[in-house]
Design a protein around this ligand. Structure first.
Ligand code: PLP
Length: 481
């Protein structure tokens, strides 16, 4: 058990002031950060990941790099989680089985991972991560694809109830999926999609405003669809409150957990969520383009639910009879369509084996402290050149802090100055950097070093003058998800 499970109740500056006295080091000292790492019960997990090196991470063409063999500071697990060392072995094993057994690997496997049931090995741990019963989880496809497939089943508009309630700043892929589904059912997006915006002068949505919208328009809302953690601001929506309000009005409720899965505690089953989907390459460290995840509440494990079906959703006992009778598996597995990528599935397995060594409660406990420490150090810079978009309440965020720069053009310059020092965060145009200390592998010392580098970058960046043009930057391909 993580000793600081009370951290949600006592966080921020006050918590660190107490610790600073206890450990006898000033809050903003490297010694304090090192002492925090020394008492971190999850510190052993970092060694199970490949940490990129400085020499590989500085921009191409930058030949002189201080300390080239040292580790880079990687605070970008919100976009692509680092590679667990164990993953390569698992992938190699599958390549070996393929090389030596060919097609027989589907039913015969020296590691007892027959391909025909390969995803069985990743369902249970995935279910723990999202707070579901194993029968409510399927590992399949990829995120936006799952969003579409689940909306086919769960967005069933009628003339009276046809609207989708969502946020105005949703991730573009989610919006495209939702808009195209609405059009597919011949409803005009302008009236069928209700997009909620934060209040004037605020960056994040208030739970009460979401609940009020549901109560006001619930009768005409078919689907309430939010992200779990907002990709841009890092806000962790109160999914329990949103779900309860939506269910009370008879709406279907679904979530995109791209930035939530593996980041924040979730209780999809207990909250009564209808469906959810997520990707596994962010906090779940399954590698670029990793296989997706889907949750369907057990109350929907019915044969008559409308769906786009495929052979991987039918009863395994008769799957290979090659009949034309679809007999859906009475669980989320019935939503599978195709046989899954074995390489992508074991890549996820490599990461879930790290998750299996701890609990989401302990990961969350460390995360709250680590991100709280980042916030305290950033506050101590006392700079009016940036502001934090992410809620200050730890319960309303995951591990990411999004920093908004006030002066035009500064963000990209700060970002590039960090890149030159092999400090990897990510940028969101026009003015935001996202900084995400991932509790499985990031350390307090890295957070401390990040803030030092960030302060240095801010100091060297003047306004105007040598502005880096955004277009040129985009050409270099710094695209993050
Ligand atoms: C990362 C992310 C995606 C990416 O979608 P893919 O289908 O995996 O390419 C979609 N939606 C949100 C909210 C994301 O954060």
């Amino acid at each position: 058990m993580y000793p600081e499970s009370m951290s949600l109740h006592l966080t921020g500056r006050k918590y660190y002031e107490i610790l600073s006295r206890e450990l006898n080091h000033p809050i903003d000292s490297a010694e304090f950060a090192a002492a925090l790492d020394a008492r971190d019960p999850l510190r052993h997990l970092r060694s199970q990941f490949h940490i990129p090196l400085r020499r590989d991470c500085v921009p191409e063409g930058q030949t002189e790099t201080e300390d080239p063999d040292a580790e880079a500071i990687y605070l970008c697990g919100n976009s692509l989680g680092l590679q667990p060392k164990h993953t390569r072995k698992l992938v190699d094993e599958e390549l070996d089985v393929w090389a030596t057994l060919g097609v027989q690997g589907h039913f015969r496997h020296p590691e007892n991972r027959e391909w025909v049931t390969i995803d069985d090995h990743v369902v249970e741990e995935s279910a723990k991560v999202v707070g579901a019963k194993p029968s409510e989880v399927a590992i399949m496809n990829s995120l936006t694809v799952n969003l579409h497939f689940l909306m086919v089943s769960f967005y069933r508009p009628t003339q009276q109830r046809y609207k989708i309630l969502m946020e105005s700043k949703s991730f573009p892929s989610d919006y495209y999926a939702i808009e195209s589904q609405v059009k597919h059912h011949n409803f005009p997006p302008s009236t069928a999609i209700i997009q909620l915006s934060p209040r004037e002068g605020e960056h994040t949505l208030r739970t009460q405003d979401i609940v009020d919208a549901i109560e006001r328009e619930g009768e005409s809302i078919a689907l309430v669809m939010f992200s779990g953690v907002q990709y841009y601001t890092g806000q962790f929506f109160d999914l329990h409150a949103i779900t309860s309000a939506a269910k009370a009005k008879g709406c279907v409720v679904g979530y995109d957990l791209a930035h939530a899965a593996g980041n924040v505690p979730l209780k999809l089953h207990d909250w009564g969520v209808d469906f959810a989907c997520w990707c596994t390459y962010k906090y779940l460290n399954a590698g670029p383009g990793g296989i997706g995840g889907a949750f369907v509440h057990e109350r929907h494990a019915r044969a008559d639910i409308p769906r786009l079906a495929g052979w991987w959703g039918t009863d395994p006992a008769t799957k290979f009879d090659m009949s034309h009778t679809f007999a859906p598996i009475p669980s989320a597995l019935s939503f599978r369509v195709s046989n899954p990528s074995v390489l992508a599935t074991v890549s996820l397995l490599g990461s879930l084996r790290v998750f299996a060594q701890t609990t989401m409660e302990d990961i969350r406990a460390k995360s709250v402290l680590l991100t709280g420490y980042l916030e305290v150090l950033l506050d101590a810079l006392d700079s009016d050149r940036f502001t934090q978009l992410t809620p200050r309440d730890p319960a309303a965020r995951g591990c990411q802090l999004s920093l908004l720069f006030r002066e035009e053009g500064v963000m990209m310059k700060v970002f590039e100055a960090l890149c030159r020092q092999a400090v990897i965060v990510d940028e969101r145009k026009p003015d935001v950097v996202r900084v995400s200390p991932a509790p499985l592998y990031n350390t307090y010392a890295e957070v401390w070093r990040f803030v030092r580098a960030f302060r240095g970058a801010l100091e060297t960046v003047s306004v105007g003058g040598d502005a880096v043009d955004a277009e040129g930057h985009a050409e270099k391909g710094f695209v993050t998800l």
